[in-house]
Design a binder for this molecule. Structure first.
Ligand SMILES: Cc1ncc(C[n+]2csc(CCOP(=O)(O)OP(=O)(O)O)c2C)c(N)n1
Length: 292
């Protein structure tokens, strides 16, 4: 099934029918971030499976992008001048679905169909069914390469769109990430921004125990990238970093966003058990109470 073009906006409060403008205040974006966390807990709890930890850590990054940085049109997901957002860590699909629904790509109520048969919202992203999803993902390590292709296509087609790609830090264990990092610098892909959700953990625990990435910033710099480090839960710092990235020419930018896995729910924070486990009914209740 092909994605439906021009889905009508939903009842969500922040929906605008045309190009999103950058008018949301920081306070409004913080409120949106809280709603995204509630969506993540509710939809994964209902589905009975999914990845809460790495979805919750990415919430402010997605909020800043979708409500401040990206030029996009929820009423026309295929608009050719849109900025592209590519979720390379495809298991964080619930966070992306929440942001897309809040923008009006599809109804917020549809979030409750996560992972059901025939739902447009599968456990990992599928660009052929979900309005607003740019890449089918789930096999880690591929999004940066994909994003370079999209960015170079923009350059060839004389388009001025930006390409933003979100990677996990554990995902950066993949060799393909570093081949892509080399290629982006070599081809001076300056319409590309990579964001690393640097929550310090992956599926099997702390990165420092599984595969140490440090000195992470120096690695990116050595590969020819402009590096910015921010608190990945600070929407002001994130938006400032995205602003700065637009001024960097003839070099790709990476934003290393320091985050907490499971952010916002005390018993999920820094708890690898909730990497890929759904909260049970009691845990959903507790989590939603914390997110009031
Ligand atoms: C190629 C590939 N290998 C293994 C997996 C299984 N897997 C899913 S999530 C994950 C950990 C990813 O860690 P990270 O990128 O840090 O994600 P986050 O902690 O932000 O959820 C792994 C190994 C996968 N999806 N793809």
């Amino acid at each position: 099934m092909l994605p439906k073009k021009g889905n009508p906006p939903t009842s969500a409060k922040n929906v605008k029918a045309e190009v999103f403008s950058s008018s949301a205040s920081f306070a409004e974006m913080e409120a949106i971030a809280k709603r995204l966390r509630r969506h993540i807990i509710t939809m994964i709890g209902k589905a009975g499976s999914g990845h809460p930890g790495g979805s919750l850590s990415a919430v402010e990054i997605l909020t800043a992008l979708y409500f401040k940085v990206l030029r996009h049109k929820p009423s026309d997901p295929h608009w050719s001048d849109r900025d592209r957002f590519i979720l390379s860590k495809g298991h964080a699909a619930p966070a992306l679905y929440g942001a897309l629904a809040e923008c009006g790509y599809f109804p917020v109520e549809e979030l409750l169909t996560l992972r059901q048969m025939d739902s447009r919202l599968q456990g990992h992203t599928d660009r052929t069914v979900t309005p607003g999803v740019e890449m089918s993902a789930g096999a880690l390590g591929q999004g940066l390469s994909f994003a370079i292709g999209v960015a170079l296509a923009g350059r060839l087609n004389l388009k001025d769109y930006g390409v933003y790609v979100l990677l996990g830090d554990g995902e950066c264990d993949e060799g393909q990430v570093w081949e892509a990092a080399m290629a982006a610098a070599h081809f001076k892909v300056d319409n590309l921004v990579a964001i690393v959700d640097n929550n310090g953990q992956q599926i099997g625990g702390w990165n420092r125990d599984v595969m140490n990435l440090e000195p992470f910033n120096k690695k990116w710099r050595a590969f020819g990238w402009h590096v910015i480090e921010v608190d990945g839960h600070s929407i002001p710092q994130l938006t400032q970093a995205f602003d700065q990235s637009k001024k960097i020419k003839r070099q790709p930018t990476v934003i290393i966003a320091h985050t907490i896995k499971g952010k916002g729910v005390s018993f999920m924070e820094n708890n690898p058990d909730f990497h890929g486990k759904a909260p049970n009914a009691e845990e959903v209740k507790l989590a939603l109470k914390e997110l009031e």
